[in-house]
Design a protein around this ligand. Sequence first.
Ligand SMILES: O=C(O)C(=O)C[C@]1(C(=O)O)C=C[C@@H](O)C=C1
Length: 105
Amino acid sequence: MEQNRDDKTHALERLAELRGSIDNIDASLVHLLAERFKLTERVGELKADHGLPPADESREARQVARLRELAEDSHLDPEFAEKFLAFIVAEVIRRHERIAESRES
Ligand SMILES: O=C(O)C(=O)C[C@]1(C(=O)O)C=C[C@@H](O)C=C1
């Protein structure tokens, strides 16, 4: 009984420790994403100013191939890495389109 309580206390301590590290990683992800969106904002402005299309499928294909390889090397599911990139890129394209529209009006 006493042993069970010790085990559980230990497990809860370990859980809090792991969650602390997860929180740090989540913070890094948010910071990295914010930096990425700052850069893509500049890309969107450049594209709009020079009449370039918001999306570039050949660039995306190269990014997907590269990320899938990196994911495999890091033991991350490449399907997940691809979906994650697609989710971000879709939002970037939406923002590029908005910038282009605002230049037109
Ligand atoms: O590199 C570009 O041309 C971008 O607009 C950036 C970006 C990206 O988020 O990485 C977004 C849209 C394009 O289809 C390809 C890549």
